[in-house]
Ligand binder design. Structure first.
Ligand code: COA
Length: 151
């Protein structure tokens, strides 16, 4: 299993994953996107110094993606998708674990309350619920990771 940075070559792959019905249902912005819009979004994202998009691969087969946005306050906002045909096999859990391994900082994920598998993923990873009492708002999960000291 390994991560690599996404490139413009991943346009079609990310477009398919983005418009998958379950991805859309689980997303804060659930509208179907047009290829033109998606192309512009990916180009802008790849040029955005505050955003990184990774592709998670198993034996060179792309199984998922994780995006990290650095906010002005230096909080890292994460979002992810596993390829529809690879869901429910533990890849999401593994992707998040591996992604955060060795990292430090404050991480945040916004998750719709019906997105049970993402909630399981973050809870197993040790994220904590920041807020849950605002109706119709995504749940905010956070995790603070410190720098490792090997002393
Ligand atoms: C959320 C998502 C990334 C999870 O990835 P995944 O590889 O399917 O997840 P895993 O196989 O690691 O399973 C994670 C947990 O969810 C549970 N789960 C998986 N599919 C489920 C389903 N259809 N219904 C209920 N629970 C489910 C698993 O049992 C596991 O919990 P457990 O460890 O307690 O058994 C994937 O479903 C996805 O891409 N969804 C659409 C996009 C999305 O939701 N993005 C996140 C927006 S915040």
């Amino acid at each position: 299993m390994k991560f690599r940075l996404a490139t413009i070559e991943d346009l079609e792959l990310l477009f398919t994953w983005r418009n998958d019905p379950v991805t859309r249902m689980s997303s804060i912005n659930s509208q179907e996107v047009l290829l033109e819009e998606h192309t512009e979004w990916l180009q802008n994202s790849l040029n955005n110094l505050n955003r990184e998009i990774y592709i998670f691969e198993d034996k060179n087969i792309p199984v998922g993606t994780i995006r990290i946005d650095t906010r002005k306050d230096n909080i890292y906002v994460l979002s992810w998708t596993i390829s529809p045909e690879f869901r429910g096999r533990g890849y999401g859990t593994e992707m998040l674990d591996k992604f955060l391994d060795g990292k430090s900082g404050k991480f945040l994920a916004e998750i719709l309350e019906e997105n049970i598998s993402s909630i399981r993923m973050v809870e197993k990873n040790g994220f904590r619920l920041l807020s849950s009492d605002i109706p119709d708002m995504p749940l905010l999960y956070y995790k603070v990771l410190g720098k490792r000291t090997d002393a």
